[in-house]
Ligand binder design. Structure first.
Ligand SMILES: *[C@@H]1O[C@H](CO)[C@@H](O)[C@H](O)[C@H]1NC(C)=O
Ligand SMILES: *[C@@H]1O[C@H](CO)[C@@H](O)[C@H](O)[C@H]1NC(C)=O
Length: 193
């Protein structure tokens, strides 16, 4: 009897927790809704660079665009870390938006989703700290991961950026101590430096 009660109580708590988690995530999501959609165009031949897990737009597919990013949490905001080369000829396309320059794969630089770069604080040329893998790494914000546009030559025919991206140079991944084979996609926390 006692055992059975514990069992039920546990299940009840688990279910309650799941419901709370869903309610919280819905409430969070509602604070940043898509601002529009764009329809994918097929990249011209040899126009989309698929190196380093870059995705190319698919003809006819609809992509959400965002002017906003998720609200900042005090001290630690959750994000998805992606990999990008900010070098001339790298998968980042043109020069960095903040300073009009290219940046070596050896320098710790990042691009932020539009909302975090522009609309929720102005972060161009400022530094952020990225927490992951038990380490904290400081990196300079030099570019926009454009959540409002995409699927054109300016964006290397890649879809609009998600609204929760910290797009980081190889040096950032290295400093976080992530083995090279795992570079590309990772959950992290970040904060203003
Ligand atoms: C892919 O990433 C590596 C670093 O891991 C970088 O050196 C290289 O330039 C990138 N490739 C392209 C085409 O951007
Ligand atoms: C960022 O710094 C560069 C100099 O490295 C400067 O030219 C540029 O105007 C700055 N951008 C912003 C948005 O402050």
């Amino acid at each position: 009897m006692g055992e059975r009660e514990t069992f039920c109580t546990r299940h009840f708590l688990v279910i309650l927790f799941i419901i709370l988690a869903i309610v919280c995530s819905l409430a969070g999501a509602q604070k940043c809704k898509p601002s529009g959609k764009i329809r994918g165009k097929k990249p011209p031949k040899n126009q989309c660079n698929t190196h380093n897990d870059s995705e190319c737009c698919v003809q006819g597919k609809l992509y959400d665009t965002y002017n906003c990013s998720p609200p900042l949490r005090k001290g630690r905001t959750k994000a998805v870390l992606t990999l990008n080369s900010f070098e001339n000829g790298g998968d980042g396309g043109g020069a960095s938006e903040c300073d009009g320059k290219f940046h070596s794969d050896k320098s710790k630089v990042v691009a932020l989703s539009t909302g975090w770069l522009k609309n929720n604080g102005k972060r161009c040329n400022k530094s952020i700290v990225i927490h992951a893998n038990g380490r904290s790494v400081k990196a300079k914000v030099v570019d926009e991961c454009d959540s409002t546009k995409g699927c054109d030559s300016e964006h290397d025919f890649q879809p609009p950026c998600a609204n929760n991206i910290v797009d980081a140079s190889p040096a950032v991944w290295k400093a976080l101590g992530v083995p090279k084979k795992d570079w590309g996609l990772m959950d992290v926390f970040w904060a203003d430096a």
